[in-house]
Structure formats: structure tokens, C-alpha cells
Design a protein around this ligand. Structure first.
Ligand code: SAH
Length: 329
């Protein structure tokens, strides 16, 4: 069987998330620190106020994992802005039945969706952490003055001639062997979010791993049993991700008429949103050992030499939201 890489990746990840506990293999910011989800919740609350506090409003999360981020966000929102907590309805976009069950334990009053299409059209605050990186990508290779596309056959890449219509003019004529990636699912998701945010007041915050600039190179990676693995060898046994192309996503959102803020390094956005102050305040109520660990995790999320620079945050908003909390406009 020969499958185009994106078809292979979609099948492999659907099987992986349905069968495995991904958090046995990797950890994520909300699993490291409760402050991460709290800050994202407060970001949504401030955006809601800046958008005129609409009384009908959806709080949407894409790829909610164990539901930890949303549970932390709702707790912080309830304490800081009870009016937003009372107004909002929670909608979760999740395809894995196993993870839906985990989410229902932490966020019982949610409505689940397989995709954005079925989320009602209404004012919305959307958050997504490490969601876009799990969406299928395509890879193209420069060969003899043209391009081939990677397919997967029996655990290895085979190249087939690319459809020239799939090659963006901006890729130019790089040296032979250059690999370029295209993230059609991430682009389509961001485009439909952006269109919704133009039609109704709202804002979306994406946090993920990837470069701020548009660069050549390949970034498909696999994690199985907590270790780097062969991405093609056993579909469904490894978590497949790729770097998120922030420049292309930002452009797609702008083209759809939305306002774009960032991408900025995650550490910078979290620091502007009060990561260190909030962690400090939390630490004061804890034992010295717990306090130390809260400050350690704040550093892990925010410091440039840890996750603070590799991870980026990109906000997409209704065009009228000129100043988005956490971003320099
Ligand atoms: N946001 C969480 C989980 C990240 S793992 C955290 O930060 O901990 C990726 C999440 O996206 C999982 O919940 C996975 O099941 C979900 N996911 C992956 N592909 C998806 C798709 N195509 N549609 C909906 N959810 C998807």
C-alpha cells in the first residue's frame, strides 16, 4: 500500500490517540504547571471584556488532551471574572474517545465535537496547545529542477512526481534535495477559525512548537514509549508531530480578514500575562518544596533556554481587537 504522507499521518495519529495514553510518552505545558491553563483562561477573560462582554459566548478548546488546561482555565476564570464564567459554554474539539472520557472527568459540562464545523457560530474564545502540530503534513523534495512528493510504502518514503499546482511560488528553486513541508490541515483549521472571528467577536490563542519564519527543512518526528522513534515503521504506535509553520498560518488568517498578533516566543507572552507573578503568589501558599517546584516549572515554561523560545504563541482576533493581551501591538 502506498499512501501520501498526510494520509499516512492522519491514519497513524488517529490510531495512536485512540489506543495510547499520549501522556505516558510526552508531557505538555498544562501537565507541567496549573499556572499555564490559568493564564490561558485569564487571557480569554480579558479578551471577552475587551470584546464588550457578549452574554452568549463559547469557550472552545481544540485537542484538549486530558482536560487539564480547560479545568485550570475554568477555575481561574470563575475566581477572576464570574460574569464570564456564568456566560460561557465549553466546547471541546477532540476525536479520540479515550481522551474524551478523560476530559469528561475534569470538565463535565462540555459539548464535544469531532471538528470545528459543528461548533455553533457565535462569539468565541478558542485556545489550542500542541494541537496544530498533530495535524497531518505533506512533504515535497526538490529533484532535478522540479518537485516530488513523499508517499509512504512499507515503512519507507517513496517519491512521486508532485502536482505543480501544489507548489507555492514562494518556494523558488532551492538546491536539489531540499525538503519543504506544507500543513494543509493546520492552514484550513486556522482559516476557518479566522473566518468565524471576522463574522463574530472573538479571539483564538495557539501555542505550539515551530519557527516564526517560513523556512525549508523537514520536521516530522515520532515519539514512542517516551523515546524518539521511526515515524514510518509502526503507524499507531508512535505520536507523529511536525513543526507548526507560524508565518504561513499568520498569513492565512490575515487573508481571511482577521487580525494577527505574534507569533511571539511563548516565554515572552506568558511573562507579559503574569506567569512569574502568578507562580510567585501560588508559591507563597505552599510548602518550601512545593514552592520550589512551582517556580521551577514557571522557569521551564518561560525561560528562553527551555520551552520559552522554541514554543511560540499566535493570537488571531476579530479585526477590532487592536490590543491583544500578551502581545505587543
Ligand atoms: N492540548 C493538550 C493535548 C495535546 S496532544 C495538552 O497540551 O496537554 C494533541 C491533542 O489533539 C490530543 O487531545 C489529540 O487527541 C487531539 N487531536 C489530534 N488530532 C486531532 C484531530 N484531527 N482532531 C481533533 N483532535 C485531535
Amino acid at each position: 500500500m502506498t499512501e501520501r504522507l498526510d494520509v499516512f499521518m492522519a491514519r497513524a495519529n488517529a490510531a495512536y490517540y485512540a489506543r495510547h495514553d499520549p501522556f505516558a510518552d510526552f508531557t505538555t505545558a498544562p501537565e507541567i504547571s496549573q499556572v499555564f491553563g490559568e493564564i490561558m483562561g485569564l487571557w480569554a477573560a480579558v479578551c471577552w471584556q475587551l470584546l464588550g462582554s457578549p452574554t452568549e459566548v463559547l469557550l472552545v478548546e481544540a485537542g484538549p488532551g486530558r482536560g487539564t488546561l480547560m479545568a485550570d482555565a475554568l477555575r481561574a476564570i470563575g475566581q477572576a471574572t464570574p460574569a464570564f464564567r456564568a456566560a460561557l459554554q465549553v466546547h471541546l474539539i477532540e476525536t479520540s474517545p479515550r481522551l474524551r472520557a478523560a476530559q469528561a472527568e475534569r470538565v463535565p459540562d462540555a459539548t464535544w465535537h469531532d471538528a470545528l464545523d459543528t461548533v455553533p457560530a457565535a462569539p468565541m474564545l478558542l485556545i489550542a496547545n500542541e494541537f496544530l502540530d498533530a495535524l497531518p503534513i505533506r512533504q515535497f523534495v526538490r529533484r532535478a529542477g522540479g518537485w516530488t512528493e513523499r508517499h509512504v510504502a512499507e515503512g519507507r518514503f517513496v517519491e512521486e512526481p508532485a502536482d505543480p499546482a501544489d507548489i507555492p511560488p514562494g518556494w523558488g528553486s532551492p538546491p536539489d534535495g531540499t525538503v519543504r513541508e506544507h500543513a494543509p490541515h493546520a492552514l484550513a483549521f486556522v482559516e476557518s477559525v479566522a473566518s468565524r472571528l471576522v463574522a463574530h467577536p472573538g479571539a483564538a490563542l495557539f501555542a505550539d512548537y515551530g519557527p516564526a519564519e517560513d523556512l525549508p527543512g523537514e520536521s516530522l518526528q515520532a515519539i514512542a514509549n517516551g523515546k524518539p522513534a521511526d515515524a514510518l515503521a509502526s503507524p499507531g504506535e508512535a505520536d507523529l508531530t511536525a513543526h507548526v509553520p507560524f508565518a504561513a498560518l499568520a498569513q492565512r488568517a490575515r487573508d481571511a480578514g482577521a487580525r494577527v498578533h505574534g507569533p511571539d516566543p511563548q516565554g515572552m507572552v506568558l511573562a507579559r500575562l503574569g506567569l512569574f507573578q502568578r507562580s510567585n503568589r501560588l508559591a507563597r501558599s505552599l510548602s518550601p518544596a512545593q514552592a520550589f517546584s512551582v517556580m521551577e516549572t514557571a522557569r521551564r515554561l518561560g525561560e528562553p533556554d527551555q520551552m520559552g523560545r522554541l514554543f511560540k504563541m499566535l493570537a488571531i482576533t476579530h479585526p477590532d481587537l487592536i490590543n491583544c493581551p500578551g502581545f505587543d501591538s
